[in-house]
Design a binder for this molecule. Structure first.
Ligand code: KG4
Ligand code: ZN
Length: 343
């Protein structure tokens, strides 16, 4: 079985071709970062307009690179939500139309399920059940994953997501959008301990997160201070350490509480190397193993949508002719695929 996948939920336009036995045959991506940078964040209307321009050529390139004619496809998967509604609609309309023209089934994929299943593209995929730490620009969640489509949220953020905390504090330091990777690069030059920011909600039991206080703390720390290169790097270091420690302690707690010995980390922030190092140490303390997507599939891409789509199409799941897109879509409401795995 071979599927084409399209992703357009935010500021990345992407297309991929995945084959059940041959693996990932092609993945194409166009990032709109340069388009949004001057505004300091994603401008939804510009994102939609750019997806319209870029998606079809990306689909054509992916099919050509995969030496795949439309007749060889078993279906088309597209990101149906959650995300920016206009951006989602561009990909959904294109996928649904191509599927209609080519006589194929089309399946709408949950963007976060894509992130959760991205590590299945790696040579050693994670076993089920596992705990997933999903850390992106819009989400920070600890999830019990018992199988594909079997998700239970163990902990969520009460306000900002981890990626958002990176991006907002980076902005305060004058770094360009998206701030996460920029802040992390700067933090590597900073001195640990020069500043100390609160670890939100670490002193409380449970698996909830709260990151909105961090940007206020940074704002206070910067007040009346000259923002030289050294200070900026020290602040960046302290921000990164606060976020990394908070995520690590809660992930460790989730492993303990679930009794599972596998941790999956995905979403844009999972590309963060100090986070990976801290989680490796934490997992080792629990005799657990950590799995990640490869770095390029941590942030948004179509390969991860293809994985989720392939599993769902193979299970006979697809939708009718309506173009489906949802700005909000609870992860726990998804239909399970296949049998449940018990620990
Ligand atoms: O998963 P993603 O591409 O988009 C969403 O679904 O939100 O995640 C993007 C987020 C941004 O907030 C970005 O700053 C952050 O991931 N990010 C990072 C790193 N790479 C991306 N944050 C910290 N360190 C990184 N290396
Ligand atoms: Zn994402």
């Amino acid at each position: 079985m071979r599927v084409l996948a399209i992703e357009s939920s935010c500021d990345e336009s992407a297309a991929a071709v995945l084959d059940e036995s041959g693996g990932l045959l092609a993945h194409e991506l166009y990032s709109q970062i340069a388009l949004h940078r001057v505004y300091g964040g994603v401008v939804p209307e510009l994102a939609s307009r750019d997806h319209v321009r870029k998606l079809l050529p990306l689909v054509e390139r992916a099919l050509a690179a995969a030496h795949t004619a439309p007749q060889a496809l078993a279906g088309i998967a597209y990101t149906a939500g959650p995300g920016l509604i206009g951006a989602l609609l561009t990909g959904a309309a294109l996928a649904r139309s191509l599927a209609y023209a080519w006589g194929l089934p089309a399946v709408g994929v949950h963007h976060l399920e894509g992130h959760l299943l991205a590590p299945l593209l790696e040579p050693q995929p994670p076993p089920f059940p596992h705990v997933a730490l999903l850390v992106s620009g819009g989400h920070t969640q600890l999830i019990e994953v018992r199988g594909i489509g079997r998700y239970r949220i163990l902990g969520d953020t009460r306000d900002d997501a981890a990626g958002e905390a990176f991006d907002k504090t980076a902005k305060l330091l004058g770094l360009p959008y998206p701030g996460g990777p920029e802040l992390s690069r700067l933090a590597a030059q900073g001195t640990s301990g020069a500043f100390h920011f609160p670890r939100p909600m670490l002193d409380r039991p449970g698996l909830e997160f709260s990151f909105s206080g961090l940007k206020t703390a940074v704002l206070h720390a910067l007040r009346g201070r000259e923002l030289d290169a050294c200070t900026k790097a020290d602040v960046a270091r302290a921000v990164e350490e606060a976020i990394v420690e908070t995520l690590t302690v809660k992930a460790e707690r989730a492993l303990e509480q679930s009794g599972f010995d596998t941790l999956v980390v995905s979403g844009g922030v999972s590309a963060n190397l100090p986070l990976r190092a801290a989680l490796a140490n934490a997992a080792a303390r629990h005799g657990a193993r950590v799995y990640y997507p490869r770095i390029e599939f941590c942030t948004d891409n179509a390969a991860m949508i293809a994985v989720a789509g392939l599993h769902r199409l193979r299970a006979g799941q697809h939708q009718g002719l309506a173009i489906e897109a949802r700005a909000q879509w609870p992860l726990e409401s998804l239909t399970p695929v296949g049998a449940e795995t018990h620990s």
